[in-house]
Design a protein around this ligand. Structure first.
Ligand code: ZN
Ligand code: ZN
Length: 284
């Protein structure tokens, strides 16, 4: 029984880490083990589902573990909202496949020997260029009624092991922005809402989130995940501890952000981390 967490998959676009994970999980993990995707799952997207989406969801279902996802901002909320709900692990869920499960906003769950409080959603920074109900959905952040319900649920929690969101609260977001100046835009009303209504509403050990497309363990107790798979129970199955933890001599990695400009003919360059102490390079 083990829990793993990773960041945005964006449908097929950033699914590579899950494919890598599947390679080492075969024959090791069971349905009682869980892989949590922290929003922008992106496989409930086309209506009707594209053959590629159907194939990938069927593939996830065929994996030996149980996949859980928090909703982000890049999801088709009209399709998600239409899915039936049921109770599972102490909270309300929706199933996309029998073992591909949507963890819903304001729910508390107990599975894998841990408890979790979940709040999905985030603002899309690119919504001006997107079409409502086709590539952008107003439900990407909770409406007032939902926020009231989530706040009331959070007030009942008392203590939980882990918080799972897609969007960071403002306090932690601003600390990251300070460290990587100029890289991220300003915080918004939803990060403020999370800061005001979820942060401090109950005790927790660690808060995991996605959305910013980086892996950053810098700001305990908040952990941002994207390309790495966090090994919550220290099974040793993933390289998270090696990549994000310490240099060979035991000193914590001191990652600086680097950027390779685009190769001729390519549109995008590549950002990476470089540890100034041991020289380890980690591509995003
Ligand atoms: Zn996002
Ligand atoms: Zn994303």
């Amino acid at each position: 029984m083990a829990v793993f967490l990773t960041g945005d998959t964006h449908g097929e676009l950033d699914m590579g880490k899950v494919l890598d994970f599947a390679r080492c999980a075969q024959g090791v993990l069971t349905r009682e083990d869980y892989l949590i995707i922290l929003g922008d799952f992106g496989l409930v997207w086309s209506d009707p589902p594209s053959p590629k989406e159907t194939e990938r969801l069927d593939w996830l279902e065929s994996c030996p573990w149980t996949t859980l996802f928090v909703d982000g901002n890049h999801e088709n909320f009209d399709m998600l909202d239409a899915l039936p709900t049921e109770r599972w692990a102490g909270g309300v869920i929706q199933r996309v496949r029998p073992h591909v499960i949507h963890l819903m906003r304001g729910q508390t769950y107990a599975f894998g020997g841990h408890s979790f409080f979940v709040v999905g959603g985030a603002h899309s920074v690119d919504k001006e260029w997107r079409t409502p109900h086709r590539s952008w959905w107003p439900q990407e952040v909770p409406n007032d009624e939902e926020r009231e319900r989530i706040t009331a649920a959070a007030a009942q929690v008392g203590a939980v092991d882990y918080v799972l969101t897609h969007c960071p609260p403002t306090g932690c977001y601003d600390r990251y922005r300070k460290r990587f100046q100029g890289f991220w835009g300003p915080s918004d009303e939803y990060t403020d809402w999370l800061e005001e209504h979820i942060e401090g509403a109950f005790a927790y050990k660690r808060w995991f989130y996605g959305h910013l497309h980086f892996d950053l363990p810098l700001d305990e107790p908040h952990t941002l995940l994207f390309g790495q798979v966090f090994d919550l129970d220290s099974t040793g199955l993933t390289d998270y501890a090696i990549n994000m933890g310490a240099c060979p001599d035991g000193t914590p990695h001191n990652y600086e952000l680097g950027y390779d400009p685009p190769e001729p003919g390519q549109r995008h360059g590549r950002s990476f981390y470089l540890c100034s102490h041991c020289g380890k390079r980690l591509d995003r």
